[in-house]
Design a protein around this ligand. Structure first.
Ligand SMILES: [Zn+2]
Length: 406
């Protein structure tokens, strides 16, 4: 059976490939792939009679990719945020059972169905902004059963909604109360038992560790990365967010897909990322929410040609946001990314960061995933602060959102 061919005409096309070329023309999808794009007059004769959809001069970009999220969790931390605004300290909140422990407790208490129902609206917000691929981390279960539950919910979201989900195992996110003062024992459990078990169940696409003074040190982080490598899984690292303890240097020795946060990274870190082909993932919403002041070293990242991605970091503690457009918009203000850099950061480079090969560009052979925009230029995607111009989404060659393009 031949697959359906559709010519999407009269479009302003932002390719988001290495050239970042933008032009007015048409894009041909056959089944779930892009097979041709260019000026319509140059369309090969054999496609001239195929089904047509007129985009009426709207912009199209690749489907957006949110490459760093903790989207699956139960409860919120709105009450403690309110307490912070009223003068409470993080220590007082932690002593009263707040902080990450409260999210861990709520996530453990939730059934798989409850966790799905609480997480789905956050995913829906991102899908409304043109997201077609998302990375989702575990890390609020912190038992084998609860980490499994989180990853199963992430997979289920990908089955229920028109989105590609890439899962990341992040049990090394915090030390659970049962292992207080025994971080080494916890890492043994995570690396030697949970990771191989969940990998064998097909639940893990990549492995991440919160490598930080207040979380896991270099040796502990390396235990997890080494097991991931042994299992053939790609790694990522929460690196250099609050201090520099050498996380990026460790990650790049394992040819990490990405190092994420990077406020405290150095030019040597940028060099190492460039050599390893590791993407720098910037998370400006967390930077904003935590009132951080030290920005990632953009000049060094640019100078050494490090690919830069931007993500929402959707999570209840440090980035209560389910908006990739807001993250891109904040990246231009807080970190001085140029609009084209921010656009590459939520498309092509985000695909690389979450190992989503074949996504993130409008190019021949790429997935036929694209977002349709009611904007006059792609700069408007970052220019607006909190306005969503997404008019529709096509995934796998099929329109899944917005008024039907006729
Ligand atoms: Zn994170």
């Amino acid at each position: 059976m031949s697959e359906r061919a559709v010519l999407w005409t009269n479009a302003n096309i932002a390719t988001c490939d290495a050239s970042m070329r933008e032009f007015t023309g048409a894009l041909l999808t056959v089944g779930a792939r892009i097979v041709w794009l260019g000026e319509e007059a140059a369309l090969p004769a054999r496609w001239r009679e195929c089904e047509r959809r007129d985009l009426q001069g709207r912009w199209i970009t690749p489907g957006l990719i949110d490459c760093h999220t903790h989207l699956v969790f139960a409860g919120t931390r709105a009450a403690e945020w309110n307490q912070l605004l009223n003068g409470a300290t993080y220590e007082q909140i932690a002593r009263a059972g707040g902080g990450i422990v409260s999210t861990v407790n709520a996530t453990r208490r939730a059934s798989e169905a409850e966790l799905f129902d609480q997480s789905a609206p956050r995913l829906e917000s991102l899908l409304a902004e043109g997201v077609t691929t998302i990375e989702i981390k575990s890390g609020y279960g912190l038992t084998l059963a609860d980490e499994r539950k989180m990853l199963r919910v992430a997979r289920a979201l990908g089955e229920r909604y028109p989105v590609t989900v890439r899962t990341t195992f992040l049990a090394a996110h915090a030390i659970p109360p049962e292992f207080a003062g025994r971080a080494g024992d916890y890492i043994d459990e995570v690396a030697d038992r949970w990771l191989p078990a969940l990998h064998a169940e097909g639940l893990v696409d990549a492995v991440d560790v919160f490598c930080e003074r207040i979380a896991f040190d270099i040796a502990q982080s390396e235990r997890v990365l080494a097991m991931a490598s042994k299992l053939g899984l790609p790694v990522r690292l929460h690196a250099e967010q609050l201090s520099n303890i050498g996380a990026t240097q460790l990650a790049t020795r394992y040819r990490a897909l990405s190092c994420d946060h990077l406020e405290f990274s150095t030019e040597d870190d940028a060099k190492a990322m460039a050599r390893a082909g590791t993407v720098a993932v910037l998370l400006p919403t967390a930077f904003l929410h935590l009132n951080e002041t030290k920005v990632p070293p953009l000049d060094a990242l640019r100078k050494h040609g490090v690919a830069i991605a931007v993500a929402s970091d959707c999570n209840p503690g440090s980035s209560p946001s389910a908006s990739i457009l807001l993250a891109a918009s904040l990246a231009t203000r807080l970190f001085r990314l140029r609009p084209t850099e921010a656009l590459a950061g939520i498309t092509r480079h985000a695909a690389a960061a979450c190992g989503a090969r074949g996504s993130g560009t409008l190019s021949v052979g790429a997935a036929a995933d694209f977002a349709i925009w009611d904007v006059a230029s792609t700069d408007e995607l970052q220019y607006w602060i909190g306005r969503n111009g997404c008019a529709g989404v096509v995934r796998g060659g099929v329109q899944v959102r917005g008024a039907a393009v006729a």
